[in-house]
Every structure is written in structure tokens, then in C-alpha cells.
Design a protein around this ligand. Structure first.
Ligand code: UT7
Length: 343
């Protein structure tokens, strides 16, 4: 059976930097740098401008990843798009990205399958498991995975929404998972979910039990209450479960592969909160120099956090061929997952 390895990566963050104090200055939110930094480690995040959505952010990241992999768009066999802030309710953002990458154009269009993965902060690990399975089974040679979020469009930018809006930022990052006969690549993964907490971190948007799904006023226009329109998060519950599940996922991935934390050269943790990551690292006994972070610069970019780390770490020399890498993520659902990759 062939192996599946990460052959290229790319990233894109919007130009506009929103510092913690800008949330107060620009949006009038009752918050400050000290509160946000102390509780989360975040210093700033990027917000995309009006007119830009997740698939737009994904385009430069995807182009960079394909180029970095040394292939062309025509060589792609599949697109997997992870996002919780999709362009539309349907169709998925993957098909919009396919169009925007030009795969449908010209005399030889590449009508690859496009799959959206709706697993929020764990989307990248779920996507990697899916892509690697397809590649190892021989069905695909090159799968493009993109994690892209346009959170700034769907957060309550008032004091009411500050618990959520102070944490999240916009970004896109991509990898290509390719087939190889070399002894390297994605060794395995562990995925999990606990649907009892589905409503503990969510954005409802509408209610499909209603007829119609959004209440309509006398003027024929839909009426959406703030409770439906904005994300809801039980912060402390999410925090506790994140710590527990991330530790458990890492231990399980290590035991399945008969390795210990000392065999791992680099840990790529989902970037939601530095206190969560610090707690997990302390409990497992991971030295600081085996972790990379970018939460302080970009905030929580959900499906994009781990591929963003990959794109940065491969470019700044922290992630090199021959290293053993462990990835772990936790998020809404609740869902979680880990993966072991020989680079
Ligand atoms: O990828 C998974 C996504 N989510 C997460 O990982 C989030 C996990 N949870 C967390 O990171 C933390 O729970 C938070 C950072 C969200 C909040 O930290 P906390 O220590 O749990 O604070 P809290 O929610 O208990 O809030 C404490 C106080 C409250 O005021 P009162 O009720 O004590 O008067 C909040 O209203 O802080 C207030 N508060 C804020 N104050 C200033 C909440 N957000 C803010 C804010 N600025 N941005």
C-alpha cells in the first residue's frame, strides 16, 4: 500500500490587523488588551474586508500549496474544504474554490470531487484522515485540503458577543496530501466526537423545525433574533473538555503507534487558547521548544490553525524532513482528533 505525505503547504491572511484594543476603539466593545491577552494569549487577529468570503481567502493559500507540492492544478484529484464559515448554506465552499482556482475552465477542465468538512476546529485532522485514507487506498494521488474561515462576518461585534468575538480571526491555509512509495507520511490518526455537547458551542442561524425556517414578517422579510444570528459558547465548559480531550487524543495516538512524547520532534496544537495549550503541554511534559504557536498573531482561525502552523513552520525551518510530528485539535461538536506524521 502506498503512503500519503504532506507534499506542500500554503497560507493567506487578510491585510487588516485588528489589535485587542481595536475591538474597543473600532467596534466599541467593552474589553481591553489585558483581559484578552491574559485569558487567551491573543494579541491581534486579521479581519477580511467586506466582499470577501472563505473561498476567496482559500485561493492564494491553495495556489501556494499546489506550487509548493511541485504539481499543477490539473494534477489534483480532490478538494477537501474545512470551514465553519462557508460561503453559503449550500453548496459547499469546495465547489466555489474549484471554480476560482480555474479547474472548471479551458479545454481540459478538471472536475475533481469537492467535499466540505464541517468539523469546526477539528476539521483539519478529520480532512487529513480522509485525504490520507483516499491516497493510501489508491483512489487519489494528490488531494488539496484547505482550512479557511471568514469569522469576522459572523461574530457579534458588540459587548454582548465579546466572549467569542475577542478570540477569532480570519485566515486560510492549505496542504496537498500526495501518494508516495517512500517510508514517510501520515502514520495514523485518532478521531472522536461527543454529540451531547452539540449546543455548547454553536451558531444556529435558522431553525429547520419551523415552517419556514426563518420567521417572516408582514413585509415578507426574514427576522433573525440575535440568539440565532451569533455564535454561542459555554467558554469554561469548552475549556475543560478541550484540555481533557486533547491530552487523551495525544496519548491515544502515541500508544497506538507505540511511541512516547519523547519520540515526537514537533507538536502542532490547535490554536484556541494559550492557557489550554500550556495546560496540555505541562500535563504531558512537552518541552517548550517542541511546540510552535501563532495564536498571538492570528487568534483562533478554527479550520485553518494547524495548516497555518505547517505553512509557517516549514518556511521558517522549524519543521523539516525526517521529523516526527504530532497534531491535535478540539472544537465544536464536541469533536477532536490527533494525527502522527513522519515528515
Ligand atoms: O476552538 C474551541 C473554541 N473555543 C475555545 O477554545 C474557548 C475556550 N474557553 C476559553 O478560552 C475561555 O473560557 C474564555 C477565554 C472564552 C473566557 O475566559 P474565562 O476565564 O472562562 O472567563 P469567563 O467567560 O468566565 O468571563 C469572566 C468575566 C465575565 O464577567 P463577569 O460575569 O465575571 O462580570 C465575562 O462577561 O469576563 C467577562 N468577559 C470579558 N471581559 C472583557 C468575557 N469576555 C470578555 C472580554 N473582555 N472579551
Amino acid at each position: 500500500m502506498p503512503n500519503a505525505y504532506i507534499s506542500g503547504s500554503g497560507m493567506y491572511v487578510p491585510e487588516t490587523v485588528i489589535k485587542n484594543d481595536d475591538l474597543k476603539k473600532i467596534y466599541g466593545i467593552d474589553t481591553d488588551h489585558e483581559w484578552i491577552h491574559k485569558r487567551s494569549g491573543i494579541e491581534e487577529r486579521r479581519f477580511a474586508p467586506e466582499g470577501v468570503n472563505a473561498s476567496d481567502l482559500a485561493v492564494p493559500a491553495a495556489k501556494q500549496a499546489v506550487e509548493d507540492a511541485g504539481i499543477e492544478m490539473k494534477d489534483l484529484d480532490m478538494i477537501i474544504f474545512g470551514t465553519l464559515s462557508p460561503d453559503a448554506i449550500f453548496p459547499g465552499s469546495g465547489v466555489y474554490l474549484q471554480q476560482k482556482l480555474g479547474l472548471c475552465d479551458g479545454p481540459n477542465p478538471n472536475f475533481v470531487p469537492c467535499l466540505d468538512v464541517r468539523n469546526q476546529c477539528s476539521a483539519f485532522i478529520y480532512s487529513l484522515a480522509t485525504a490520507a485514507s483516499m491516497v493510501k487506498a489508491g483512489g487519489c494521488k494528490n488531494v488539496l485540503i484547505v482550512g479557511a474561515e471568514c469569522h469576522s462576518a459572523a461574530m457579534d461585534m458588540s459587548t454582548r458577543g465579546r466572549q467569542v468575538s475577542s478570540l477569532f480571526g480570519d485566515a486560510a491555509a492549505a496542504v496537498v496530501v500526495s501518494q508516495t512509495e517512500e517510508d514517510r507520511g501520515v502514520r495514523g490518526w485518532y478521531l472522536g466526537a461527543d454529540g451531547r455537547y452539540a449546543d455548547s458551542l454553536c451558531l444556529k442561524g435558522w431553525d429547520m423545525r419551523r415552517r419556514p425556517y426563518i420567521p417572516v414578517g408582514d413585509d415578507d422579510c426574514g427576522r433573525v433574533t440575535p440568539e440565532m444570528m451569533w455564535p454561542y459558547m459555554e467558554g469554561k465548559l469548552v475549556f475543560r473538555n478541550a484540555v481533557e480531550r486533547m491530552i487523551q487524543s495525544l496519548m491515544k495516538a502515541c500508544s497506538d503507534h507505540e511511541i512516547t512524547r519523547d519520540d515526537i520532534d514537533l507538536f502542532l496544537f490547535h490554536q484556541a487558547n494559550m492557557r489550554i495549550n500550556q495546560y496540555v503541554a505541562d500535563q504531558i511534559g512537552i518541552p517548550e521548544d517542541r511546540l510552535v504557536h501563532n495564536l498571538h498573531k492570528y487568534g483562533n482561525t478554527t479550520a485553518a490553525t494547524i495548516p497555518l502552523l505547517i505553512a509557517e513552520a516549514t518556511r521558517n525551518g522549524k519543521l523539516e524532513r525526517g521529523m516526527k510530528v504530532a497534531m491535535v485539535a478540539f472544537g465544536s461538536g464536541f469533536t477532536w482528533g490527533s494525527a502522527i506524521v513522519d515528515w
